[in-house]
Design a protein around this ligand. Structure first.
Ligand code: ADP
Ligand code: MG
Length: 259
């Protein structure tokens, strides 16, 4: 979609539309210490929300809670208006609607790229196997990996492996993509090709919540940047404001340290 269409969608989302992801008062403790301390966050449809903050500020925990990989201790998480932290909800059914990509690519070394990316749908909906393979090949083609479909991961560069991991997250047509520091384990010369792919997904209107240390990238892709500290969002707003002219002295100090 065009930038204008995307912005129109986003401003409509501000007028009472249900966000794709909504966190309210989310609390997560590890051994009695709050890592997320009553956190509120909305990710509107087609929106790109970027989490920044020092190591240990809770970015990964937030993403893992959103995908129900960690139970929360208080508050609620809604996906498309459905209360997914309700204990009666089946987490597998929720995770099918969310794609997640981690810092380490997590591809299975003993499977071809194609088998890696079709793994989830193959296990989840057996009857749709052929469709999944077709969609996977189409997506691999789109990210420039068509020729690698039948290779094993160790024949791919780090950037290619991470692009394959992104394809795996996309193959179920998720409503939301969660990306956790997906360029941190890459050699610097391979970062660009992965970030280009994320920029393309943004242009397609994919709703994303991501954590990154790459402030230049955050500035380019974010609609909203959230600065996390002590398990709370200390400051949030458009990237130009939060990264360029932060209100909070602590955000300012963080940015001075990192840049
Ligand atoms: P970030 O991704 O911003 O670096 P994390 O979410 O990984 O931060 O970690 C936030 C805090 O939670 C850190 O203090 C970390 O040590 C702690 N933490 C994360 N996961 C666990 C866990 N499984 N058990 C205990 N403590 C954890
Ligand atoms: Mg992390």
């Amino acid at each position: 979609m065009s930038e204008l269409e995307r912005l129109a969608h986003l401003s409509a989302a501000g007028d009472g539309a249900v966000p794709v992801l909504r966190l309210r008062g989310v609390r997560k403790e590890f051994r009695g210490t709050a890592v997320l301390d009553g956190l509120d966050l909305d990710v509107p449809e087609h929106g790109v929300v970027v989490l920044i903050g020092a190591s240990g500020s809770g970015k990964s925990t937030l993403l893992r809670c959103a995908n129900l990989l960690e139970p929360i201790d208080d508050g609620s998480i809604h996906l498309d208006g459905e209360h997914i932290t309700d204990p009666r909800v089946n987490p597998d059914r929720v995770r099918r609607r969310i794609g997640m990509v981690f810092q380490s690519f997590n591809l299975f070394p003993h499977m071809s790229v194609l088998d890696n990316v079709t793994l989830a749908p193959r296990r989840v909906h057996r009857r749709e196997r052929a469709e999944a393979a077709e969609r996977a090949r189409e997506l691999l083609d789109r990210v420039g990996l068509a020729a690698k479909a039948d290779e094993y991961p160790d024949r791919l560069s780090g950037g290619q492996q991470q692009r394959a991991a992104i394809v795996r997250a996309l193959v179920n047509s998720p409503r939301l993509l969660l990306l956790d520091e997906i360029t941190s384990a890459l050699d610097p010369e391979l970062v660009g090709e992965v970030l280009d792919l994320v920029r393309g997904l943004r242009e397609d209107g994919m709703t994303m919540l991501l954590a990154t240390h790459e402030m230049g990238f955050a500035r380019q892709v974010a609609d909203t940047v959230c600065f996390l500290e002590g398990g709370r969002i200390l400051e949030q707003g458009p990237p130009g404001q939060v990264l360029g002219d932060p209100e909070q002295p602590r955000t300012r100090r963080f940015l001075q340290r990192i840049i």
